[in-house]
Design a binder for this molecule. Structure first.
Ligand code: SF4
Length: 345
């Protein structure tokens, strides 16, 4: 079975309009992205016959089923069932004054990072452009607000976005289109495990996104132990591609560093990380490991997290510690595993 066709698969300029009535495209666009209409029938300014014709060929939502798992901390994990029965997830995180969604680019993930529950699932398939775009719309539908109230997106859910390049970049272009969700690209974070050729290609897109790179270790041996793709992409080349990204006008890079007890959390490793990143405009996010059943890893104790942060800060590296939201619902960083239940374990 194929993924379902939706208007979100297409760039706004390519949306359909009845012969000789191009202005209807603008009306359709407004129903989708401003009003957040969930079906064609609700688009009452469009001619009835055209609504029926659209509905005969496609749906507004690419999802067969949407389940919400709210956390005590205010975040909500979303489990989406796609038209072909595959599933993927997103996490809604309301903060005071801003609404953020962590979005997936794939079903599962081929990268197989050892500390990540999504990696343990393996790769299902790439999401379509429409399935990526619509995760934001679905959160707005189900949380009950207008789609444009969403101001921040992180492409950090399931999948390696740069391996689903065209769909992920297409989705971003819809989100930032003034006729679409009119988001600022500066509020969109794209996360990658570190694929130098794709980072260089992204640098040529002219999109001032925030690039987040999952380094998780400052040396090849440790990195290869926890990230299988590290065998194919040398750390030096990844760091060189980050220099290229910034030279091409790319903005500050965020370095993601999941702290695993006894694996990558020695003070000397923090020192090596500072050396590796010298000359880059970076911010390091230290992420205490979020446990999941069968991972085989433990989280670094809090005192040691602080000690590592001190090493980095003394070396002049901007650093913060990210305690993830949604740990109780399996919605925290590295925990997404298509669980049916409302709790992580
Ligand atoms: Fe994939 Fe990211 Fe998990 Fe690695 S950490 S397996 S890239 S989802």
């Amino acid at each position: 079975m194929e993924p379902r066709r939706t208007p979100f698969d297409l760039p706004i300029d390519a949306l359909p309009a009845p012969e000789g009535e191009a202005y209807r495209r603008a009306q359709l666009t407004e129903w989708l992205y401003v009003h957040g209409a969930r079906d064609f029938e609700a688009m009452t300014t469009l001619p009835k016959g055209w609504r029926a014709a659209l509905a005969a060929e496609q749906s507004v939502s690419p999802f067969d089923d949407v389940r919400r798992f709210p956390s005590w901390d205010g975040s909500v994990r979303y489990l989406f069932t796609l038209a072909d029965g595959q599933r993927t997830e997103a996490v809604y995180m309301p903060y005071a004054g801003r609404k953020t969604v962590c979005v997936s680019s794939m079903v599962g993930c081929p990268a197989g990072c050892a500390f990540c529950a999504t990696g343990a699932l393996g790769f299902g398939r790439n999401l379509t452009r429409g399935e990526i775009v619509a995760q934001l719309l679905a959160v707005a539908w189900f949380e009950g607000f207008a789609p444009r109230e969403l101001r921040n997106v992180v492409l950090m859910g399931m999948g390696e976005a740069l391996l689903n390049y065209d769909a992920a970049i297409g989705a971003i272009r819809t989100w930032i289109d003034p006729r679409g969700l009119a988001m600022s690209p500066r509020r969109i974070t794209l996360s990658t495990v570190g694929l130098p050729a794709r980072i260089r290609r992204l640098a040529g897109e002219g999109l001032p996104l925030v690039l987040a790179v999952s380094l998780h270790a400052p040396d090849e041996a440790t990195r290869r132990r926890i990230i299988p793709t590290a065998h194919a992409h040398a750390l030096d080349d990844i760091v060189a591609s980050l220099h290229d990204w910034q030279a091409a006008g790319g903005r500050r890079v965020t370095v993601e560093y999941t702290m695993l007890d006894g694996v990558n959390d020695a003070p000397a490793q923090a020192g090596a990380l500072a050396t590796l990143l010298a000359g880059l405009v970076v911010h390091v996010n230290l992420i205490p490991f979020n446990p999941w059943p069968g991972s085989g890893f433990e989280a670094t104790p809090r005192e040691r997290v602080r000690a590592l942060q001190d090493v980095l800060v003394r070396a002049g590296v901007s650093t913060s510690v990210r305690f993830s939201r949604g740990r109780d619902t399996g919605g925290a960083c590295g925990q997404l595993a298509l669980r049916e239940g409302a709790t992580a374990a």
